[in-house]
Write a protein that binds this ligand. Structure first.
Ligand SMILES: C[S@@+](CC[C@H](N)C(=O)[O-])C[C@H]1O[C@@H](n2cnc3c(N)ncnc32)[C@H](O)[C@@H]1O
Length: 283
């Protein structure tokens, strides 16, 4: 993967198969409460639908995303306001520029959350706010990791990885919270306590952090699309054929273990984390 972008082709069909992610993220925009004229950054804005809503309301919005195909789509809605780049390494010239940064369903992909939050703090004006929703964990899920669907997904990813010796980078995120998850340390789903500590460390004061359950039944094809998204950074080194093979296996392993609702749909017991934090002037 280059510094600028993840060009893995892992987000194809996003608006068809993962549009529920954007729709369910409406709460972030409510919390953001963007005002016309405000300069706002959508961090990991994907295909740009939320940003377009803001633009239509007179917000001076910029979108950054590290997947070329997502940015190409977003440009169709936002033109030059959609930029290819990494939340973990924002442009130097953006320092102190934004009234707010918001993000929906992105931070659980971060390889280095400390760096990303520090970068976000840097590009915010003093008094500016960060509003985000991401995957999170209840402390109980961390302690009893084997009981959550996240664990099933991570296990499926690990099992599929075992069929591709030498082709995958080491699991990228080491998070203390998952230290007792059978050595699987991949997706960043922090608790309120750990995300608050990381935000404060980055220079952001936490106004609100809350966890809530969002069980999500998936239609056919959505599980593999979700796994594709989850592993987009992880599988960046694979060829398209290897990635399809990997995803087919991971989906099969996950389907065998995940619970189903009365209609036979696989249900993911997503736990979401919403955060609002502010950069105050510091002496
Ligand atoms: C599940 S999608 C969410 C997109 C959008 N926020 C929405 O609500 O539809 C996650 C997005 O995060 C982007 N992404 C993941 N890691 C990123 C990073 N380090 N920097 C920028 N974008 C990133 C992916 O390319 C993808 O478009």
């Amino acid at each position: 993967m280059s510094d600028q972008g993840n060009q893995t082709g892992n987000w194809g069909g996003y608006d068809q198969k993962l549009n529920y992610v954007t729709q369910l993220g409406a709460g972030v925009l409510e919390l953001l409460d963007a005002q016309p004229g405000e300069k706002i950054l959508d961090a990991g804005g994907g295909t740009g639908k939320q940003a377009k809503d803001l633009l239509d309301k007179g917000v001076d919005v910029t979108l950054i995303d590290n997947a070329q195909e997502q940015v190409d789509k977003a440009r169709g809605l936002l033109g030059d306001r959609a930029v290819l780049g990494d939340v973990e390494k924002l442009p130097r010239e953006w320092t102190g520029k934004f009234d707010a940064v918001y993000s929906n369903a992105v931070f659980h992909y971060l390889r280095d959350p400390e760096k990303a939050f520090a970068e976000i703090a840097r590009v915010l004006k003093n008094g500016g706010r960060l509003v985000a929703e991401m995957g999170g964990s209840f402390t109980q899920n961390v302690l009893q990791a084997g009981q959550s669907n996240l664990y099933v997904l991570q296990n499926a990813i690990r099992m599929a990885s075992a069929y591709m010796p030498g082709t995958l980078a080491p699991l990228v995120r080491t998070d203390a919270q998952f230290a007792n998850m059978d050595g699987i340390e991949y997706i960043y789903h922090p608790t309120v306590k750990t995300v608050a500590a990381t935000l404060e460390e980055a220079g952001l004061d936490v106004n609100m952090a809350r966890l809530f359950r969002r069980p999500t039944p998936l239609e056919v094809g959505q599980l593999s699309a979700a796994l594709k998204g989850y592993t987009s950074n992880y599988t960046a080194s694979l060829t398209p054929e290897q990635r399809e093979d990997f995803l087919g296996k991971a989906t099969m392993f996950a389907e065998q273990k995940l619970p189903r609702d009365k209609d036979g749909k696989v249900v993911l017991d997503y736990v979401r984390l919403q955060i609002v934090a502010t950069k105050w002037p510091r002496g």
